[in-house]
Design a protein around this ligand. Structure first.
Ligand code: FAD
Length: 470
């Protein structure tokens, strides 16, 4: 009898322990992907991630076909869809890579009740969350001790290569056509910027990784915070969809001894791990603040402010550059995510969940763990979070991390002719300078929607209303 191989956030063939184990059985394998099947709370993917998923499934389908196999596409809750497919194909076992945020033990029990055995494997994370615990056996709430603990554990297994052949069943079951899922936008087709920026799929992921290891990783520690340069790996969407596995990255980095930059990079991968382990403990992380006192925070209802933020029209150049880049390319630099996040939850005092939802819809790397975890971090209500009273100054952040102004000039071209010294605070420029640069507030570029100094004071006052409980 064949076995089912359920692909989820692991859309690759190398470094895939569940696939390796399925191939080792010598039995035919039926690979399957279920649309909207397993995100926490059944949350459907956002628009940019759906675009990515389409490309990624197409690439995975081709890679499987090149090995004599195929990818079956189905819809539906896994408890039902996997049992139905098992009945149709005569399969008695389903293999998959464990992930977090969904109750997999309950799912496995449900399948087994219906005569389908569940075999679960690692590979989506470096370590099983249940294996990384404090001395008291509790999950970590603070990153540094968490990471020190991880570094003291036995390293994760080395990645296995992709199998050269994947045995096929005699008859293939029916599946949906990828086009019928309509994951990609048509009217209007807003995905031009995504297509111009990204090539999803495992092969592309390996090329991006090789390019990063060939050079940029050497300067990662210094360049990772600079906006306007490609100082980071840009592997996040590939990791999100599992087109490259974290174990592959771990070993690629650990094979470079005494490379301090590589260690800094690995630590960022550690944050990914930490966010996933937190999601494992708190599956409702996208909705519920981990610090309970924040449930009473007086967020402002400000649809106009939210829209100005979403569309990159706040009047703060670095915020606007970042938000426009997000809309066009589906991605934003980590430093920029922190700046725009702080601006939303502190300068505008809009609920962090609004920002989380916008990112969920617009990021190609929108991740059920990293996104809510990072938003809670920025809002000050997460585990090991930046305290709410640490408020980023968008002018100083711009001047420090976009020193040359390249980032703002690229994404807010209407300010491109301003001299560096006023680029991040155009309201401070004299009338002749503005005229010469062709900048007219309210015409070519919006005036500031809030004054940062006043907004900061108001944010601290709002915090004081819950502080006795923080
Ligand atoms: P690199 O610097 O090259 O890092 C390598 C990998 O490490 C990343 O691909 C990512 O998987 C992981 N990583 C790096 N920084 C972090 C971090 N701070 N937290 C968790 N993992 C990290 N990352 C996502 O993958 N998906 C999200 O939806 C997401 N939402 C975010 C929202 C906010 C408000 C903030 C502040 C950060 C968010 N991040 C998210 C984390 C981080 O910004 C991105 O992972 C990073 O910018 C991706 O670029 P890179 O691949 O070039 O990163």
């Amino acid at each position: 009898a064949p076995v089912l191989l359920w692909f989820r956030r692991d859309l690759r063939l190398a470094d895939h322990p569940a696939l390796t184990a399925a191939v080792a059985t010598g039995r035919p394998i039926v690979p399957v992907y279920l649309l909207d099947g397993d995100d926490p709370g059944g949350r459907p993917l956002g628009g940019a991630a759906r675009w990515w998923l389409h490309e990624s499934l197409a690439a995975l389908g081709h890679a499987l076909e090149a090995r004599g196999s195929a990818l079956i596409l189905r819809r539906g809750p896994p408890g039902e869809a996997l049992v139905a497919l098992a009945r149709e194909t005569g399969a008695d076992t389903v293999y998959w890579s464990r992930t977090v945020g969904v109750d997999e033990a309950a799912l496995a029990a449900r399948l087994e009740d219906q005569g389908v055995a569940a075999r679960r494997f690692g590979g989506c994370l470096l370590f099983d969350p249940d294996a990384v615990r404090t001395q008291q056996g509790r999950p970590f709430q603070v990153f540094t001790p968490f990471w020190n603990r991880v570094l003291a554990l036995d390293p994760p297994p080395r990645p296995e290569p992709a199998p050269s052949h994947i045995p096929a069943p005699y008859d293939w079951p029916a599946g949906d056509a990828l086009e019928d899922w309509a994951l990609q936008p048509t009217q209007p087709d807003w995905a031009g910027g995504l297509r111009a920026t990204w090539a999803p799929g495992e092969e592309a992921a390996n090329a991006v990784l090789d390019g990063f290891l060939d050079g940029p990783i050497d300067c990662y520690a210094e360049a990772r915070d600079a906006l306007g340069v490609d100082g980071t790996s840009r592997l996040s969407p590939y990791l999100r969809f599992g087109e490259v596995g974290p174990r592959t990255l771990w070993h690629a980095v650990r094979d470079r001894p005494n490379d301090p930059s590589a260690e800094v990079f690995l630590r960022e991968l550690g944050w990914r791990e930490f966010c996933h382990h937190l999601l494992h403990e708190h599956p409702a992380m996208a909705e519920t603040p981990l610090k309970e006192s924040f449930a009473a925070f007086p967020w402002r209802d400000d649809p106009a402010g939210l829209e100005a933020w979403q569309t990159g029209r706040t009047g703060y150049p670095v915020v606007d550059a970042a938000m426009r880049k997000l809309w066009r390319t589906g991605w934003m630099h980590n430093r920029a995510r922190m700046i725009v996040g702080s601006f939303l939850v502190k300068d505008l005092r809009i609920d962090w969940r609004e920002g989380e939802r916008w990112f969920w819809d617009t990021l190609v790397d929108a991740c059920p763990a990293n996104n809510p975890c990072s938003w809670q971090w920025i809002a000050g209500c997460g585990a090991d979070a930046a305290p709410y009273f640490r408020i980023f100054n968008p002018v100083l952040q711009g001047e420090k991390f976009d020193t040359t102004g390249r980032y703002v000039r690229r994404w807010v071209p209407e300010l491109a002719r301003l001299p560096d010294r006023v680029l991040h605070k155009p309201w401070s420029a004299s009338a002749p300078i503005l005229r010469e640069a062709g900048v007219q507030f309210g015409e070519t570029y919006p005036g500031r929607i809030v004054d940062h100094g006043e907004a900061r004071d108001a944010a601290l006052k709002a915090l004081a209303t819950i502080t006795d409980r923080v």
